[in-house]
Design a protein around this ligand. Structure first.
Ligand code: SF4
Ligand code: SF4
Length: 556
């Protein structure tokens, strides 16, 4: 046994004990329900990698002080966000519609399957209210507004909604889309970009029509290409993230080809987020183990495809210290904490350079940075800045002048403020230089400007420039394996950073439900609540309409 946790029974959803066990070099989750027997699922195909990533766990500094829910039944039944949740929500997702112009067999949200769901589409004001709520939570607000569905581009008011979240201070509005409308309606695409959309989270299952026919029920590859072309036409550079859902025997053989496509179009495509498919419904163990693709499968395929250039796939949490120091020294104090479970997401950067003959060459981060040194120094500066942020700041002048009475004390306080500000600037410069020393010669020659900009300006838009601007040539390659009922882990989900927002009509309060808990456990119940409530509302409206008109009273 490598480690133990709690999970749920895939049949009755009761909370049960689960172990991560090592077998033949693989890692499995094994659990047993009193009523429904044992379940075993593959979690990783490399036990050493699985053990290594566990070192990158980081806890939140931002203890939530306003959980929406108390603790009643324990995780994962108390979503949310309950007082047990360990991370501050960073990304707020809203299903802004349940309508869709496709009928994907692998849809999380079952969009288009149940026509009644259209009735519970949130109103403009409800969507604004949810995003507003999460922009105000203390001590750390959410920074990414994520529009999902259904197909969010079926809403004509999407650009206005994006603009609303920009006004609330969300720095990275993203739209998850199949791309059909952006391909067919360039004016609408431009309206979204002008409104502040930073990223098109584009469903992208392969580079030929076949995977789409299987995963989406239609040949729409040419429309994906059209989205890229339209982005180029309107100058939306570095704005597209390709999102392949990786399914065994459908598109797992195209993992490398998708990366090549991204590299080829790296003026527009900022990265690829591979998502091994979540397995829903009752599937026999043998079939499931055969179907299961994990992040470690995709990482291996990418390493083979790039001849190792992509390097190690680090857990997202590996940059948590660096992300914190950027946030803490940020002029606008925007902090994102990567405190999810290390198995939730992995990634690395690739640098893409166009050669004189037009071919593109990739360089892994290990050639640009000394990654071990980078992480060590990030941790060092995290500790220094944490102490400065939460510890007592020095009162040098106040102590010196305090003896001169209240006037001396207030002059001392003023001088201390100035001293601390100057000291902050000095620290920031020292940190920038120290972090820059983690770059190798190749990095210093080509990428130092963007890196220094990111460290010294310490703003998320500077960080975004690092990957999104044309000159930087950096691309993110990431893996995100969402949970399903077979590999569900309450430790993982209780650290989730990605929260669905919804308004519970029973008490009219805004709630946040961690993504994997939503899709594994809560979605149906929440939709039932919304549907029941909306049906009652409709009936009441009909009754009101059916009321006979009051007789007119003659007056003099
Ligand atoms: S997932 Fe988070 S919010 Fe939901 S019950 Fe667990 S700790 Fe609470
Ligand atoms: S969405 Fe799922 S996989 Fe991603 S951070 Fe949350 S729990 Fe982890």
């Amino acid at each position: 046994i490598i480690q133990s946790t709690k999970s749920i029974c895939p049949e009755c959803k009761a909370r049960i004990d689960a172990d991560y066990v090592e077998e033949d070099g693989n890692v499995y989750m094994v659990k047993e329900c009193d009523k429904h027997g044992q379940f075993k699922d593959l979690v990783a195909i490399d036990k050493d990698w699985f053990k290594w990533i566990q070192k990158f766990k980081m806890d939140s500094d931002a203890k939530r002080i306003c959980p929406e829910k108390g603790i009643k039944e324990g995780c994962p039944y108390d979503c949310g966000i309950c007082a047990n949740h360990k991370s501050a929500p960073a990304i707020i997702i809203m299903d802004v519609t349940y309508r869709c112009n496709l009928k994907c067999p692998i849809c999380f949200a079952n969009a288009n399957v149940n026509p009644h769901l259209e009735k519970i589409e949130p109103t403009y004001n409800e969507i604004v209210r949810v995003f507003d709520h999460f922009s105000k939570i203390k001590p750390q607000r959410a920074l990414v507004s994520f529009f999902s569905g259904g197909e969010p581009t079926l809403r004509d008011d999407l650009p206005e909604l994006i603009a609303e979240t920009v006004k609330m201070g969300y720095i990275h509005p993203q739209v998850a889309t199949n791309g059909i409308r952006f391909a067919k309606d360039i004016d609408y695409l431009k309206r979204c970009v002008d409104a502040g959309m930073k990223v098109i989270y584009l469903q992208f299952d392969g580079v030929t029509p076949e995977p789409y026919i299987k995963t989406r029920g239609a040949d729409i590859f040419h429309l994906k290409e059209k989205v890229i072309e339209n982005c180029r036409k309107i100058g939306f550079y570095g704005g597209v993230l390709l999102i392949p859902t990786v399914v065994k025997d459908v598109n797992d053989h195209q993992v490398g080809a998708i990366l090549d496509y991204a590299i080829e179009n790296n003026d527009i495509v900022v990265g690829v987020f591979y998502q091994p498919v979540a397995l829903c419904g009752r599937i026999e163990e043998k079939e499931r183990l055969n179907l299961r693709i994990t992040s470690s499968h995709v990482a291996k395929a990418l390493q083979e495809h790039t001849n190792g250039e992509i390097g190690v796939m680090y857990p997202l949490t590996a940059i948590s210290h660096f992300a914190k120091i950027i946030g803490w020294t940020a002029t606008n104090n925007q902090v994102v904490e990567f405190t999810c479970n290390p198995i939730c997401g992995f990634g690395n950067f690739l640098f893409v350079e166009e050669k004189a003959d037009g071919t593109k060459e990739i360089t892994g981060t290990h050639r640009v940075f000394d990654t071990q040194k980078f992480m060590k120094k990030s941790r060092k500066w995290y500790n220094i800045l944490k102490e400065r942020r939460y510890g007592e700041r020095p009162h040098i002048f106040k102590s010196l002048l305090g003896g001169l009475g209240s006037l001396g004390e207030s002059i001392g306080e003023g001088l201390d403020t100035i001293y601390n500000k100057v000291d902050d600037t000095v620290i920031k410069a020292r940190m920038g230089l120290d972090m820059m020393s983690t770059m190798k010669l190749e990095g210093l020659l080509g990428k130092s400007k963007f890196f220094m900009d990111m460290v010294l300006n310490s703003r998320w838009d500077a960080s975004a420039n690092f990957v999104q601007s044309e000159g930087a040539g950096a691309m993110i390659v990431a893996l995100m394996h969402f949970q399903d009922e077979y590999n569900f882990d309450t430790e993982r989900v209780s650290r989730c950073l990605v929260h669905y927002g919804w308004i519970d009509p029973r008490d009219n309060k805004v709630n946040g439900v961690p993504f994997c808990a939503m899709n594994t456990l809560h979605r149906e119940k929440i939709e039932d609540v919304l549907f029941t409530y909306h049906s009652i509302e409709e009936e009441e409206e009909e009754e009101i309409e059916a009321e006979p008109e009051a007789p007119k009273i003659e007056t003099n």
